[in-house]
Design a protein around this ligand. Structure first.
Ligand code: HMG
Ligand code: MG
Length: 303
């Protein structure tokens, strides 16, 4: 059976823009997020409080977050999570009004080292006080897990290894776990196997979200497989923006428009106004000077 409703966790402003080499002005980012909210998205990842030298595109997080304050009043229930890797990041996020955060771990050693300059074990120790303090402040913490199916340096990743890493994040206090196919290599059989492995380990599917990239055109098939396994939270990126600056061969995230087209076709509610969303992605594509890779945007945006 399929769910009646799916919550879309929109990552375009963070996962999407972090991969753009040309700096996008903070006004454009704020307008992008406002348009996403107007199109009906209610979980919009806004930015990251990471080291500005590691992700220069998001170095304006301090300026961006306060600009989003009035959106919270305008759209009750709007969630604007931000990524924080460490205590320094959490301090910055709290000082600028964040009320929801995410830490981001890796299911593989190589990517942990490349993305966080830490081993997997060291990264967990870095997150421990972040999750603890965030929880004390009443913030919800999401845990990302990257490279859940394959890693560009290590090849295929065993489900047991992913479950092991996921359990550590849940033990730390992460309320939700987002399973990332960072390089977009997964196929539906692997998605089923991983979700079944989590279930066997006692993790309720209600705590799992999926985060697919569309490198090999598998993101929607993988999403449908996850829905059939009871997942109801899906990450996607408006217009299919994205990649990952520290993972070679990571191309775009699943496009939110492609996802919404499929979900609405299946009679699954999202709360999203597809025409407004397509208009937003077409507008952003003009700002970036590049067409959106989303098939639904191409089909619906017109010339
Ligand atoms: P490091 O170089 O090991 O940092 O980087 P450090 O802890 O040794 O500190 C060095 C200096 O950086 C210190 O300053 C710190 O204060 C400063 P100094 O004392 O030398 O003047 N510093 C900071 N400044 C501002 N904000 C901070 C911060 N932290 C330290 N938060 C670090 C370690 C984790 C900081 C670095 O590796 C980093 O920022 N990594 C982020 C990489 C990233 O954002 N990657 C993309 C997101 S993950 C992703 O996209 C995957 C995902 O989408 C899921 C999927 O697709 O699968 C989530
Ligand atoms: Mg991603």
């Amino acid at each position: 059976a399929l769910p009646a409703r799916v919550r879309i966790h929109e990552v375009g402003a963070r996962d999407g823009l972090q991969n753009e080499s040309a700096l996008v002005p903070v006004e454009v980012k704020a307008e992008f997020i406002a348009r996403l909210a107007a199109a009906g998205l209610r979980t919009i990842e806004a930015t990251s409080f990471v080291h500005p030298k590691w992700v220069p595109q998001l170095a304006d997080a301090e300026e961006l977050l306060p600009r989003l304050t009035e959106l919270r009043g305008q759209y009750p229930g709007l969630r604007l999570p931000v990524l924080v890797p460490n205590e320094r990041g959490l301090e910055r996020a709290l000082a600028h009004g964040a009320d929801e955060v995410a830490v981001f771990a890796s299911a593989t050693e190589t990517f942990a080292q490349r993305n966080l300059n830490r081993s997997m074990a060291e990264a967990l120790e870095m997150f421990r006080p972040v999750v603890g303090r965030a929880t004390e402040h009443g913030l919800t913490v999401r845990g990302y897990l990257s490279m859940c199916f394959g890693d560009p340096w290590e090849g295929p990743v065993a489900p047991e290894q992913v479950v092991e890493a996921g359990l550590r994040l849940i033990e730390l206090g992460c309320a939700e776990l987002s399973l990332g196919d960072t390089i977009g290599v997964a196929t539906p059989g692997q998605v089923a196997a991983l979700l079944e492995a989590f279930t066997r380990s006692g993790v309720p599917v209600a705590r799992l979200a999926v985060h697919f990239h569309d490198t090999y055109g598998q993101a929607l098939s993988n999403t449908l497989t996850a829905l059939r396994h009871g997942v109801t939270v899906v990450d996607s990126s408006a217009g299919g923006l994205g990649g990952c600056p520290y993972a070679k061969s990571a191309t775009g995230n699943l496009a939110t428009e492609d996802l919404v087209w499929m979900l609405h076709g299946l009679g699954i509610e999202t709360g999203v106004d597809l025409a407004a969303l397509v208009g937003t992605s077409a507008w952003l594509a003009r700002q970036l000077g590049r067409p959106s890779p989303s098939r639904a945007v191409q089909a619906l945006a017109g010339p």
